[in-house]
Design a protein around this ligand. Sequence first.
Ligand code: ZN
Length: 629
Amino acid sequence: MPANDTTLDPASFSDQPTPIRYRLAPTDLAGHRCEVSVVIQNPHEDGQIVSLPAWIPGSYLLRDFARQIERIEARCGRRRVPLYKLDKHTWRAAPCKGALTITCTIYAWDLSVRASHLDESHGFFNGTSLFLRVHGQESAPCLLELVAPDARLTSGNAAWTVHTSLPSAAGEPGAARDHGFGLYRAPDYDALLDHPIEMGTPQVIRFTAHGAEHEMVFTGVIPGLDLQRIADDTRRICEAQIAFFEPETRKAPFLDSAPRYVFMTMVTGDAYGGLEHRASTALMASRADLPVVGRPEQSEGYRTFLGLVSHEYFHTWNVKRIKPAVFAPYRLDAESHTRLLWVFEGFTSYYDDLMLRRAGTIDRATYLELLGGNLSRVLAGPGRKLQSVAESSFDAWTKFYRQDENAGNAIVSYYTKGGLVALALDLAIRERSAGRRSLDDVMRLMWRRYGRDFDTVGLGLAEDAMPALVEEATGIGLDREIRSWAEGIQDPPFAELLASHGLRLTMSPAGDGHPWLGLRATDRDGGVGVATVTSGGPGHAAGLSAGDLLIAVDGLRVDRAATLDAMLARKRAGARLRIHAFRGDVLREFEVLAAPPPRTRARIEPEPKPKAQERRLLSGWLGRDETRK
Ligand code: ZN
C-alpha cells in the first residue's frame, strides 16, 4: 500500500557495483546558480571521462546543456587535479587513485520543461542539464543528495519541499523522507536523468488511480485554483489509460520503478508545453486555463490543459517504454534519427483527446469539434504536400524544432498529421473488421511486445515495423495505406472513412469568409507585419514576403491587422489591391489579387439517418451520444 514516503526495496541494489554519488545544492537563488557534484569511487585508471548530454529525450533539438556550466573542477581526494576539455561537453580528468570528485556551478534560468529553473520561489531541475555521465559506469546505481537552500534566501523564508518520482535511498544514512531533502536513488544513469525534480512551496494534491499513487504539483501564483476538480478529472484520465493498456491487471507501468507518478506544472501568464518522463511529466500551463473554485463550466483552456495531461500520461507507455529501436538506449551526445515520431507523437496526439472522451471528461460533440479543428489545421498547410510525416520525424532536429517563417509551406507536423494518420488507420481497421478490431489492438500489442517487458528484453521498434504490427494485431493489411499516408504525402480519404462511421465531413471557407491574401498578419511598428506568406497564395504571387511591413492598402493607412481585416471585409474576391509596404527601409508597391478563402475549415457531424452498421461503428469508437435521448 503506497504511502507518501514509499521507498523501494534496498536489497534489490545490493549486488550492484559501487554507486556514483551526485549532489545538487541550490546555492545562489538570486543568481540562478546551483552547485552540482559527482563522486566517482573507481575512476578509470587512464583518467576518467565525463560528459553532459546535448539533448533531452522527448525534445528533439541539440541544446548543448554544457554551455550553462560556469565553472568545473576536479579533485582527487582533497587534491585538485587537471580536467582536460575534449569537446563542447566532454572532459577527461587526470588519473586519480581513489575517489574523484567533479564539481560544477551551473546557471539555471530556463523557464521551460527542458532544462532547469531556479530562483527564490522554486527550483525545477532536469538531470540532463545537471548530472555528468561517468563514461564506462553508466549502468552503476546512482545516489543523489538533494540539499535544501538556505531558508533565509527563499521567498518568505519558507522551507521547501521536494517533489519527484525518484525513490528515496531507503536504508542509506540520510535517506530522504516524505518529500524532504536528503538522499534519493536511481538504478542507473539513464534513470537518474529521467526523474525531474521540483522543489519549493507548490500547491499539491494526491490521488490514487487503479491503486497507483499520483501527485499533482502546481508552481506559480495561482489564486483560487480548483485542485480537487483537476485531481478528479485527471484520475479519470489516468484510470482510462491504465485500463486501456492493461485491461486485465490494471497495473500502472511505473509501479516497479517509482513510488508515485508526479505531474509537475509550472504556471505563468502565458505558457503551454509538456515533456514526458518514465514516472512523471513536466508541464507549463497558463493561469487562465486552470479552473477556479466555484466555477464549474469547462473552458476551452481547461480542456486544452486536460488534453496536455492526457498526452503526457499516454507517453508513459508510448515512447517512454514502447520506443523506437534507436532510442534503446538513448544516445544523448548527438542527434538520434528515427522516421517513427509519427507513431510516438502522432498516435499519442490521437489518443490524448480520445482518452478525454473515454474518461468521460468531454462529450461526443466536443470530441468531434476537436477533431475537426485538427483536420482544419493540417489541411491549411501546403507543407504536407512536400514532406511526409515519416520525413518530418527524421528531420525533427533541423526542421520541426527549428521552424522559421517558411515552416508551414515546407514541413508537416508529425504531431497533428501523425494524429490524423492514426485516426485514418483506426477507422479503416474498424470498418474492415466490422468493428471487431481497432488501433487499440495495435497499441496493446506494441505494449506487450516492446513496452511491458522492455526492461528485461530491451528491444525497440524497428523503423519498418508498423505494417506487420498492424496486420498481426488486427488481421487487416494496411501496408499500402501506411506507405501512402505516413511514408508518402497522400491525404487519407477522411470523408469516406468518417462516412463509414455515420459522420459527415463538410469543408467550408477558412477564416471569416473575407477575401484571402495568403498572409499571416501581425501588429508591428504601427503597421501590419507579414509573419508568413502561404506558398501559391495571392501574397506570394504579388511578391510580398515575410518581414514586410504593410502601411497602406488602396491609399488608406493600415495601422493594425484588424484594420486590414476590416478593409478586406469590404472587398470581393477578384478585387485588385494596391499595397504599400516597407521591406527594410525601402518603400515598395505591390498589386495583390484578392482570392476567395480556401475551403480548409473542417466540420464533422453525425449523419441524421445513419445505417445500422454505421451507427454501431460510431458508438464502438466514440461511445453513445449523451446529448440525444
Ligand atoms: Zn508528446
